[in-house]
Design a protein around this ligand. Structure first.
Ligand SMILES: C[S@@+](CC[C@H](N)C(=O)[O-])C[C@H]1O[C@@H](n2cnc3c(N)ncnc32)[C@H](O)[C@@H]1O
Length: 305
């Protein structure tokens, strides 16, 4: 499978599983779809193209810059697309009673979010300790590491980063705060390297797991995912398909168990779809991607019409 690069001015984000998502959802003319993680609009664009001339897509993203960029990219589709700057857990309200023939969730962060230093999401660039996708929530990475007690911080790093050395890392972060050395992503990375050792060429950066953990906590990513999945039985039309792309085991576990436990859907992917070698070469971010999909079974006559 080939990925289609989504070029929007400078930031580049390659859409993961673009074709396979469309194959599973099988959009049709006149259908209604929702993309709860619009990002730079790669999946939305594919849904609109496949559902022409009059299929519609409701776009959701919590990041105002993502909404702005996808709006520019998708302008040629006119009123076939509508935008909501909100969270995926708010999907019911955004749909306002409408049921959709397909839903896409491409979880996590986009390449621009990672690559723009001022978002503070990456140890590769020096930026403020922020990590908020919506740029406005009350909790930042800085307030989190400052306000959590050392043991609670270690628990976050362990649970959301699956980082075995969470306790010494939390201690090192707290020491750096006391020393007044915890304002930037590079300072956070240094506190982690003091425990884990410096990054080595060709190996995963030792700060990866801790950064992931803090980002998940700042944005309540797992809670958001759970609440969005809870809405599926209500928002999917009969036969409607939800396709969810996850990037780490915590997310994939939630998707797998929630879809399996849902009586009103049929799981379409007994095993998750994974990227092939071409896709991984072209897009290193795809390496850990897993795609699962489920179809809404028809409501019986007793159920809400
Ligand atoms: C991986 S990107 C999506 C890329 C998109 N599929 C494309 O091809 O351009 C994930 C996007 O989801 C958004 N996002 C993540 N969690 C969210 C949530 N809980 N609610 C709404 N948007 C969310 C992020 O802001 C980001 O723009």
């Amino acid at each position: 499978m080939r990925c289609v690069p989504a070029r929007m001015g400078s930031p580049l984000h390659i859409t993961v599983f673009r074709e396979r998502t469309i194959e599973l959802i099988a959009p049709r003319a006149g259908g209604l779809y929702v993309d709860v993680t619009t990002g730079l609009g790669g999946h939305t664009e594919a849904l609109l193209e496949a559902s022409g001339p009059d299929g519609r897509v409701v776009c959701i993203d919590r990041d105002p810059t993502a909404i702005e960029r996808s709006r520019e990219r998708l302008v040629r589709f006119g009123d076939r697309v509508e935008f909501h700057q909100t969270t995926m857990s708010d999907v019911r309200r955004a749909l306002a009673g409408r049921r959709v023939d397909g839903l896409v969730a491409d979880l996590g962060v986009s390449s621009p979010q990672l690559d723009e230093a001022e978002r503070g999401m990456s140890f590769r660039f020096d930026g403020p300790l922020d990590m908020r996708m919506d740029l406005e929530g009350p909790v930042t990475a800085w307030s989190l590491v400052r306000d959590l007690r050392e043991d609670a911080l270690a628990n976050v790093i362990y649970e959301y980063g699956e980082e075995r050395r969470s306790r010494p890392i939390a201690r090192s972060i707290k020491r750096a705060i006391e020393a007044g050395e915890m304002e930037t992503t590079k300072q956070l990375a240094s506190a982690i390297y003091r425990v884990m050792g410096p990054p080595r060429f060709g190996q995963i950066d030792p700060a990866t797991r801790t950064f992931q953990a803090l980002r998940i906590a700042v944005n309540d990513e797992l809670g958001e995912l759970e609440r969005m999945l809870d809405a599926l039985p209500e928002v999917l039309a009969d036969g409607g398909v939800a396709a969810v792309i996850s990037f780490h085991s915590l997310e994939d576990r939630i998707v797998k168990h929630t879809l399996r436990a849902m009586e009103c859907v049929e799981v379409m992917t007994k095993k998750p779809l994974e990227p092939d070698d071409d896709e991984c070469r072209e897009n290193p971010r795809a390496r850990s991607a897993k795609l699962r999909a489920a179809r809404r079974l028809p409501r019986d006559t007793q159920e809400d019409a």
